[in-house]
Design a protein. Sequence first.
Lengths: 114, 113
Amino acid sequence: AQSVTQLGSHVSVSEGALVLLRCNYSSSVPPYLFWYVQYPNQGLQLLLKYTSAATLVKGINDFEAEFKKSETSFHLTKPSAHMSDAAEYFCAVLDSSNTGKLIFGQGTTLQVKP
Amino acid sequence: GAGVSQSPSNKVTEKGKDVELRCDPISGHTALYWYRQSLGQGLEFLIYFQGNSAPDKSGLPSDRFSAERTGGSVSTLTIQRTQQEDSAVYLCASSRDLEGGYTFGSGTRLTVV
């Protein structure tokens, strides 16, 4: 069975600082991994996804994530935080049942301080 | 439509009443998913539709929950005899493939009082 663990339910950074949101996965098959973002009172929006091509994946709004098999990690980074990045971020792994079902982590709330 | 549309956006209902939540997916997206988002529970899978059939309904929490999809398009999630623990945001998502890149709707916030 697959699972995802997001380390840190809340992360706070200053505007302009590096953003690092941590995600570790467990999977018995080569994983497809995702980061989604949820702004207040909205649905989730796909930031980026890893599908076994390049290990460094670039997404929208200058976010990127690196797949590290040896560490079973897929951490999300952004070089410089903006106030508008304040949101909840979810890491997810594609279930191996061939239904397209996603297994989500518990989420990390990112706070950006001026 | 341009996005996934869910209605109502908010629903307050009395315990014991039935509710229907609607999802209108992106045209041409054959896969449709319902998830529930509760405080402290994260995102919980409920059911998956491929066309009008539901090959995976393993996440429905009890037999009070049911869902259908008609015309390969609109889906309705029905909760009968609502309980307070059903209070959550119900999210619908659609996709043209099974590789996990969904488009989500904005959700229906259900409050059972």
